[in-house]
Design a protein around this ligand. Structure first.
Ligand code: NDP
Ligand code: DGY
Length: 321
């Protein structure tokens, strides 16, 4: 019997590889860096299944070379790196990893929020370089969550889990903006507002939306000018939601108080980028879902999605196009 062929674009854990190898002939890019486009193009021509990650741009040109491709499974919940229209046209199925990374990403976002609002990185650096001379009444003061209005732009799986956790910080209220009203909002105690009201009233504004044509650069100077001067912006969705040059200006000119970013444009953000020089900005290298258990679960699910399609079974986690 001819076994289906699968290409894996990154080194993943043994469990995921074993799942694939049990059913398929597997070729894998052996680097920790993204597979070069030419290498991916060469391999996509041969395979029935593709295991990819969010740095792989699955575009029209690449899909045009994929003669036998039946399934693309991405080790991520975000799928903005996939040309969904082209994939749909070609009848290729898509797998992704929602839910299992929600808790890890919510935890990280809260860590990032506290690191930004309580100036943890700045304070740690100050202590290390000898700027901690004595306890001082107003040194390294930040902004507290108690009595704060916390706004969410995007209130899906991750946004809601962040909100549930933040309630224990004695915040005043939770606002959210999304396309549709969320049935979970009542239990969480969150109120749906329009974008302008979200900007106007939020002390903390957490970006937890997906990246698409409508959310692209929606956080621009116009938005920052409508925010409170003391507002803290936290983005753990995608860098492209923020117009980054405008954010630099807004932070330099104190249009808003601070920003914490787990995602940037580009990724990686060059170490000499001006954002790294700003004390009121905390940058993390896209580690929202980065706990070992979560990444293992994500890679196993990504593999299982492929195997299911190639064995004519129901995908454990299909993105319905
Ligand atoms: P969900 O699909 O559950 O939530 C996405 C939310 O974005 C929904 O509330 C949706 O609203 C909202 N949204 C989309 N477009 C718009 C718009 N134009 N205006 C207002 N709201 C909009 O996804 P998850 O919560 O699981 O994940 C969210 C994103 O987080 C992912 O797409 C990914 O990019 C990012 N992510 C980042 C991680 C990291 O490591 N930093 C880890 C995991 C995810 P509606 O439902 O009404 O359409
Ligand atoms: C995703 O899943 O979309 C994240 O960005 C990485 O886990």
């Amino acid at each position: 019997m001819i076994r289906p062929k699968v290409y894996v674009t990154r080194i993943v854990d043994d469990e995921a590889m074993d799942i694939l190898k049990k059913h398929c002939d597997v070729t894998a890019w052996s680097g920790t860096d993204p597979v070069p486009p030419a290498e991916l193009e060469k391999n996509i021509a041969q395979v029935d299944g593709l295991f990819c990650v969010l740095t792989d741009k699955i575009n029209k040109k690449l899909l045009g070379m994929a003669k036998n491709l039946k399934v693309i499974s991405t080790m991520s919940v975000g799928y903005d790196h996939l040309d969904i229209n082209e994939i749909k046209k070609r009848g290729i199925r898509v797998g992704y990893t929602p839910d299992i990374l929600t808790d890890s990403t919510a935890e990280l976002t809260i860590g990032l929020l506290l690191a930004t609002s309580r100036r943890l990185i700045e304070a740690n650096t100050a202590a290390k370089v000898g700027h901690w001379q004595t306890w001082s009444p107003f040194w390294m003061c930040g902004i507290g969550l108690k009595n704060a209005t916390v706004g969410f732009f995007g209130f899906g799986r991750i946004g809601q889990e962040i909100a549930r956790r933040l309630k224990t910080f004695k915040i005043k209220e939770i606002l959210y903006t999304s396309r549709s009203a969320k049935k979970e909002a009542e239990e969480i105690g969150a109120s749906k507002v329009n974008f302008n009201d979200l900007l106007k009233h939020s002390d903390f504004l957490i970006v937890a939306c997906s990246f698409n044509e409508d959310t692209k650069e929606i956080f621009n100077m116009n938005a920052f000018r409508n925010m409170k001067k003391n507002a803290v912006l936290i983005n753990s969705s995608r860098g492209g939601v923020v117009k980054q040059d405008d954010l630099v200006k807004a932070l330099e000119e104190k249009v808003i108080w601070g920003a914490g970013l787990d995602v940037t444009t580009p990724e990686p953000l060059p170490p000499n980028h001006v954002l790294f020089k700003l004390d009121n900005c905390v940058i993390l290298p896209h580690i929202g879902s980065a706990t070992t258990d979560c990444r293992k679960e994500m890679s196993a699910l990504t593999a299982n999605n492929i195997v299911a399609v190639l064995n004519n079974q129901q995908m454990p986690s299909e993105l319905h196009l």
